[in-house]
Design a protein. Structure first.
Length: 459
């Protein structure tokens, strides 16, 4: 490799094989750079390599680049370069490959360093939050709570509960139903994408018609059978497209109850669970959820008209002439959550949110795959608009319903509206059997508990 001896020392610096050769910088080993001192170091390094007689560039590419960085295309390029008959062309390509290797090595080390820094920062934040929660707990407790905590400390110490106690959904709903069995509550659920109907669901037809469709329909049906709940409306999009069934264009669909034994004798004319389809967006076209964002306000306008009309109707039936407003508006997924937040603000009604999946987590996973840039991901999935809606949901919601502890720690923890320190404090209070209610909490709670409306501040 006449004229390319510097490559040996350059690759040696990247490889960091040890000795003085491993300390040579890129600037001092590049062709034409570094002056007399750099020239002496380069010559010395090349001489050391020749004396060793063990440095083989091809072996370097195979053993270090392929096994270390999984860049198989580099080895293929090396093979093609080695087959060149023209010394000048071969030397030029070897030089370009060396610079490419150096840039790859720098980039990968930079990424590894940033990832390690982020992990370390998150770990320190969690540890600090735990310490702050433990230190502030005694300040938050009232005198009576402190006494109870001291008297029951031995009981808690012997308890086998090592984690935050879970509330059984069945037992919790039974308790809640008994407390509200004499009431006539109106609940609104919102899920606007996919094909939603009560019977013969087309699950799996497309990416928008999956588990969430089944979830919201069965939730509406179960709530409609719950004592104390008079009416449940599941608001979704009305679709009259020729490529979908006519049933998705019906304005209203009643959900038949699974257990007729649970129904009372005093069920009124408008009681039960219903799918209410609001027309918005292209009337005769079924579009994916990523294309619904520009039409959210149109849906909110239609939903407001329906809710106000239904509140008056229910008022005439069970409200003694006074409108019966929704007790809660529950949004499902970011698009419906964005709509629910606007409805909640307009009607002054509490909001509950279930994300089902989250935009920041999806963005992180897609970027890790390396197949798309951030701009490409945003263009395909409208991910930044989705994240903006999820941040709004955090600010507007009374409670966020989650499925797992991992969703709270690893997914909602990525959002600006999620307060890690407060979450630790609340968890510490619950673990010690101290009530979290009746106190002013400036930020909302992410909770994996049962479905129910439990305000976090006294009113």
């Amino acid at each position: 490799m006449v004229g390319n001896d510097w490559i040996n020392s350059y690759l040696e610096a990247i490889l960091d094989a040890g000795g003085a050769a491993g300390e040579i910088s890129a600037a001092s080993t590049a062709p034409g750079g570094g002056g007399d001192a750099a020239e002496k170091r380069r010559d010395k390094s090349s001489l050391m390599l020749r004396e060793r007689g063990r440095f083989n560039p091809a072996r370097y590419f195979v053993e270090e680049v392929i096994s270390g960085f999984d860049e198989t295309d580099l080895y293929k390029t090396w093979v093609r370069t080695s087959a060149m008959r023209s010394p000048q062309e071969r030397n030029t390509r070897l030089e370009n490959m060396s610079w490419r290797i150096w840039n790859l090595a720098r980039k990968k080390k930079q990424i590894e360093g940033e990832e390690a820094s982020r992990s370390s920062k998150k770990r320190l934040e969690r540890e600090k939050a735990r310490r702050d929660a433990a230190a502030d707990l005694s300040e938050d407790l009232s005198d009576g709570e402190k006494g109870e905590h001291i008297n029951e400390s031995s009981i808690h110490a012997e308890s086998t509960r090592g984690h935050m106690p879970r509330i059984g959904s069945t037992d919790a709903i039974d308790v809640w139903a008994n407390q509200h069995k004499d009431k006539k509550l109106y609940i609104v659920l919102v899920s606007i994408h996919g094909l939603i109907r009560g019977e013969n669901m087309e699950l799996g037809r497309d990416s928008d018609t999956g588990g969430q469709v089944k979830y919201v329909v069965e939730l509406a049906r179960a709530l409609g059978e719950t004592p104390g709940v008079y009416r449940v409306d599941l608001l979704t999009r009305q679709i009259s497209a020729p490529d979908v069934d006519w049933s998705y264009g019906e304005p209203t669909e009643m959900l038949s109850p699974r257990n007729s034994e649970n129904l009372g004798d005093d069920m009124g004319e408008s009681s039960g669970a219903y799918i209410v389809r609001i027309p918005f967006g292209p009337r005769e076209k079924y579009i994916p959820k990523e294309q619904l964002w520009p039409h959210i306000q149109e849906f909110v306008d239609g939903a407001l008209v329906h809710i106000m009309q239904m509140s008056k109707v229910l008022g005439e039936q069970v409200g003694n002439g006074q409108p019966v407003w929704p007790v809660v508006i529950h949004g499902h997924y970011a698009d419906a959550g964005d709509s629910a937040a606007l409805l909640s603000g307009a009607l002054n009604v509490p909001m509950v949110f279930t994300g089902h999946s989250l935009g920041r987590d999806k963005l992180e996973q897609l970027l890790k795959q390396g197949r798309q840039t951030r701009d490409e991901v945003n263009a395909t999935y409208k991910i930044m608009r989705r994240i903006e809606a999820e941040e709004l949901c955090l600010d507007a919601s009374e409670i966020v319903i989650t499925s797992t502890r991992q969703e709270i720690d690893k997914q909602w923890g990525l959002y600006n509206g999620f307060d890690v320190i407060m979450e630790r404090k609340l968890r510490a209070r619950i673990k010690r059997g101290v009530s979290c209610y009746g106190r002013e909490m400036p930020r909302m709670i992410a909770n994996s508990s049962w479905y129910g409306v439990q305000p976090y501040s006294a009113s």
